[in-house]
Design a protein around this ligand. Sequence first.
Ligand code: NDP
Ligand code: ZN
Length: 352
Amino acid sequence: MKGFAMLSIGKVGWIEKEKPAPGPFDAIVRPLAVAPCTSDIHTVFEGAIGERHNMILGHEAVGEVVEVGSEVKDFKPGDRVVVPAITPDWRTSEVQRGYHQHSGGMLAGWKFSNVKDGVFGEFFHVNDADMNLAHLPKEIPLEAAVMIPDMMTTGFHGAELADIQMGSSVVVIGIGAVGLMGIAGAKLRGAGRIIGVGSRPICVEAAKFYGATDILNYKNGHIVDQVMKLTNGKGVDRVIMAGGGSETLSQAVSMVKPGGIISNINYHGSGDALLIPRVEWGCGMAHKTIKGGLCPGGRLRMERLIDLVFYKRVDPSKLVTHVFRGFDNIEKAFMLMKDKPKDLIKPVVILA
Ligand code: NDP
Ligand code: ZN
């Protein structure tokens, strides 16, 4: 089978591989729709998680089951499924501690396009199918469904980690697809004022659609000053970090109120350290909490997100600005994600 792969740091291309085979609990899935992620760009072009050779990329897919292992109970060939970006080993102590994303080691629940071939192949392997796949209702179009495995779960996790309360004021730094779902998640959790930070007009429009009450452009001056001006010098209750570079942590610490929470879902792909500004952190005594997390995966998470789309609590299709058809266009979609033209939020490739 063929797949679009990371050949080495900085290099991508098409390769041929053996079609994977399922273990007793696993499934083999054929992708029906895939999307490239900014994380793939960090992985390939920044070498953010180290060298990888001939690893098929991609971790955002919905697909059709083509083969299952002997112990798989709930899925059979022909089923349409949502495949989470994070497919943990559920029989691990990290899962028992409540952190399935780190099953088997830090970030090790993230397998596709990290430690094994991803979803940009003609077929891909899913470990523990009963625990990691979710049935896709026929009413949800593929373009919307493929925003569930990563964009929705990540953005919503930003809102969850931030522990948004009814009426909380929130800044969402970065309004690409991930930050936009952070805004949608914050709104669903009852946030009051939601200030989005970004510059591309298409993202600004989408941010308002998903619930931003104010928009700040980081190109128009220091964002801490802009937030303080908007909030009469008080700052905000919560900050979700979903874009920008390492400087955004100090900015978040500076704009969150004492007792506030900073929730990072951004993938910091370069540099050795993130800075916490001493004075703005109350010399360590401001009760400002900093959290950061990999998106939740697994079956139940996907089923819950599917319900949010099915029952029209959120419409992720607004994220999808470019739709391609055919396997060969995966490369084009991937390069768009690298170049981020002004009219792009998220490209999708339909393979059905
Ligand atoms: P995008 O590149 O589409 O969006 C980034 C956003 O950040 C844009 O709105 C951009 O503004 C804004 N931005 C850029 N520079 C700054 C700055 N200096 N200050 C403030 N804002 C800035 O990325 P995605 O939405 O696709 O992904 C966001 C991050 O989430 C990535 O790092 C990705 O790897 C990560 N991620 C993390 C996951 C997790 O599990 N935690 C899962 C999936 C993704 P502009 O409008 O100018 O472009
Ligand atoms: Zn991703």
